[in-house]
Structure formats: structure tokens, C-alpha cells
Write a protein that binds this ligand. Structure first.
Ligand SMILES: CSC[C@@H](O)[C@@H](O)C(=O)COP(=O)(O)O
Ligand SMILES: [Zn+2]
Length: 215
């Protein structure tokens, strides 16, 4: 793949983002959270651009050539490659929160099963778990951490609209599940996004264990 960069963007900047995405993806794939080419990952590069995984690639074996540049409206920049089918969900985060620089989307079994279990309710309310404090802004296990579960659709504008509606209602949002699909979360840097993802995976496992053991 040939990736032409804008004149104002250095190759080393783009490469550092591509390498960080590939590293994170490899580690998440090793955990079994990106089966069968699923999942997608991105990082902000500057105020107008992000680096994102090319659609359909094996996320456990990404190299620089599997990452491409887009603008914050999801258009390819300097390449004919096709960005992730779910690019609109990444650019939505970058447009809404200038401080966010990484978006991670995975398809673990836990995320997938939890999304189905709680889809009818439309939300998972986590409370009482110490690990809630791994989510930025949460300082106590006592607070309620609410993760919405949106219906799945192949039509990205509908998903984007559901996320917008949640935020426009003034509700906090650090992550969301999509029914039968997976999870999206983000962070001010990729380490924060990973911390959110790992904490949420753990919290969803705990909730489902509790449900299983108390039924
Ligand atoms: C391989 S099925 C999963 C896809 O439909 C999609 O949900 C996904 O996560 C990966 O899509 P991609 O276009 O590679 O970013
Ligand atoms: Zn997906």
C-alpha cells in the first residue's frame, strides 16, 4: 500500500502511530479479543487526521502497511486503501473530544455475550467493583458506571446517532457495547484506552460470573 502523507505531517509521526496501533492490536489479539479479522483501532495524528486499521486485516499481524491515514470525517487521505468499516465511530470520538487520541474496538467473547445479555435493558450498571476506578474520572467503587448497549446495525450513521443521543442527554460515556458485536472505548493516550478496555473486560466477566452463580 502506498501512503502519501500531507506535506505538514512527518513520516516518523505517522510511523509512530502506526507502530503503536500494531503493538496494541497484537497484544489484544493474543488475548483472543480480535477473532477472525474483527476489531479496529485508531490513533489521532494531528488536529485533522487519524491513523486507522485498513478494513479486513488480521489484527494480530498488523504492520505499518495495514494502517492508513484518514481525515476526521472518515475520508481516506493519500491512499486508495479502504479504512475500517466502522471508521465513523472512531472519528466521532475525535471530533467530540479533542483530548482523546486513541480508540479501541474489540470483539471478545465476554464483550459479545454481555452485550446480548443486557441488550434488552439497553445498559449495564456497574457498581461496587474496585476496578471501576481504572476508568478515568471514577474515584470510588460506590459510584455507578453505566455502559450503554446499542442495537447493532451495519449502517454506521445510525450507530453514530445513538452515541450522539446518549451524549446529548448529558450522560457520561467512557465506552459502549454494541449488541452481539463488541465494545468501543477510548483514552487520552493509548495506554489509557487499553486500561479502560482491560478494566471493562474484567468488570463484564465479574458481572456475568455473579449472574451465573446467583441464578
Ligand atoms: C470480521 S466480522 C467484524 C467486522 O464486521 C467489524 O465488526 C469489525 O470489527 C472489523 O471490521 P474492519 O472493517 O476490519 O474494521
Ligand atoms: Zn466490530
Amino acid at each position: 500500500m502506498t501512503q502519501q502523507l500531507p506535506a505538514t505531517m512527518s513520516q516518523s509521526l505517522f510511523d509512530s502511530r502506526a507502530d503503536a496501533i500494531a503493538d496494541a492490536a497484537r497484544q489484544l489479539a493474543a488475548l483472543g479479543w480480535t477473532p477472525a479479522t474483527s476489531s479496529n483501532f485508531s490513533m489521532r495524528v494531528d488536529d485533522e487526521h487519524a491513523a486507522i486499521t485498513i478494513s479486513g486485516r488480521d489484527k494480530g499481524h498488523l504492520g505499518r502497511d495495514d494502517i492508513m491515514l484518514i481525515d476526521l470525517h472518515g475520508h481516506a487521505v493519500g491512499t486508495t486503501a479502504r479504512p475500517s468499516a466502522e471508521t465513523a465511530l472512531h472519528t466521532q470520538v475525535y471530533r467530540r473530544w479533542p483530548e482523546m487520541t486513541a480508540v479501541l474496538h474489540t470483539h471478545s467473547r465476554t464483550q459479545s455475550v454481555a452485550s446480548r445479555l443486557y441488550a434488552a435493558r439497553g445498559t449495564i450498571q456497574l457498581q461496587g467493583w474496585e476496578l471501576q476506578k481504572a476508568i478515568s474520572g471514577y474515584t470510588s467503587h460506590d459510584s455507578v458506571l453505566e455502559i450503554p448497549v446499542f442495537p447493532n446495525t451495519q449502517h454506521m450513521p445510525d450507530l453514530v446517532a445513538q452515541v450522539d443521543a446518549w451524549l446529548d442527554a448529558g450522560k457520561p460515556l467512557h465506552a459502549y457495547l454494541i449488541d452481539g458485536h463488541g465494545i468501543y472505548t477510548w483514552g487520552r493516550d493509548i495506554a489509557e484506552a487499553r486500561r479502560h478496555l482491560e478494566a471493562l473486560e474484567f468488570l463484564l466477566e465479574c458481572e456475568m460470573d455473579l449472574r451465573r452463580l446467583s441464578s
